[in-house]
Design a protein around this ligand. Structure first.
Ligand SMILES: O=C(O)CCC(=O)C(=O)O
Ligand SMILES: [Fe+2]
Length: 258
């Protein structure tokens, strides 16, 4: 029988908060029993992971990309209708969403990983529109000093600010010091099962993990199902045979029922 993951719906207030601020906290998005099962799975995958530190991103956190393609429990969460409904509601004006990527993230303690420098997610993407967001689900309790995400409030309204993680010193605050005039979201103490959601244009980052245990989280990124492929070179899409100016109709970008 297919696994089911209980996911609650997003409220009208949460959707309004997201529209204004470009991020939102969703307490208790996933029920505690389901989170415990997801965490057990995550621990197995992350133990197997090779600890290469080759890119600037690798220094900030470890990843196990496309986890929902290989694991049925993370797939059940990714395709839960409540997730599709939430993404569609938060993005406003989209008819539906597709999955862009799923990921398990680990931020090791004790200097294993550093801070996640402030960045936008969208500047890399080969989509013709920025209607895209990421759910970041805490799989363990994530107190602020373990590295919950922080967001520059309303930064999603300033368009594409450029790529980060391409060279030293290209974090968004160095490129755009005026961002400091915006409010920084409060440091959040998340419980396992809580999530934050950020828009793909929202500038976000995270401090290093100062606790003694790893920060474990799952992320899923959804985008407007009607977005068109631009042909911009991108490792994930290169060679898939997508057609420029056509939607992402490909098994790697499945639509999610809402
Ligand atoms: O978990 C982190 O520290 C960063 C995650 C992130 O940047 C993202 O999910 O877009
Ligand atoms: Fe990000």
């Amino acid at each position: 029988m297919a696994d089911e993951i209980p996911v609650r719906d997003v409220t009208a207030d949460e959707a309004a908060f997201f529209a204004e601020h470009g991020w939102v906290r969703l307490p208790g998005l996933v029920g505690p029993d389901a989170v415990a099962r997801l965490r057990e799975r995550a621990e197995v995958y992350l133990r197997r992971r090779e600890r290469e530190r080759t890119t600037l991103v690798d220094r900030a956190f470890g990843q196990s990309r496309d986890i929902a393609e290989s694991d049925e429990l993370f797939r059940a969460l990714t395709f839960a209708p409540a997730m599709g409904r939430a993404a569609t509601r938060l993005l406003r004006g989209v008819r539906g969403v597709r999955v862009q990527v799923t990921n398990l993230l680990i931020k090791e303690p004790g200097g294993g990983h550093g801070a996640t420098e402030f960045h936008q997610d969208f500047p890399w993407m080969p989509m013709d529109r920025s209607a895209m967001l990421t759910f970041w689900l805490a799989l363990v309790d994530v107190p602020a000093d373990m590295g919950s995400l922080r967001f520059y409030d309303g930064s999603h309204r300033y368009g594409i600010l450029g790529r980060s993680f391409t060279r030293e010193g290209d974090d968004q605050l160095s490129q755009h010091p005026w961002l400091k005039e915006l409010e920084l979201s409060p440091s959040l103490d998340l419980a396992a099962g809580d999530a934050t959601v950020h828009h793909s244009l929202t500038v976000h980052g995270a401090p290093a993990n100062r606790r003694g245990t790893p920060r474990l989280s799952f992320t899923v990124t959804y985008f407007d199902a009607d977005a068109l492929y631009t042909g911009t070179p991108y490792a994930q899409t290169d060679g898939l045979g997508l057609t420029v100016n056509r939607p992402f109709e490909h098994p790697r970008f499945p639509p999610v029922p809402a």
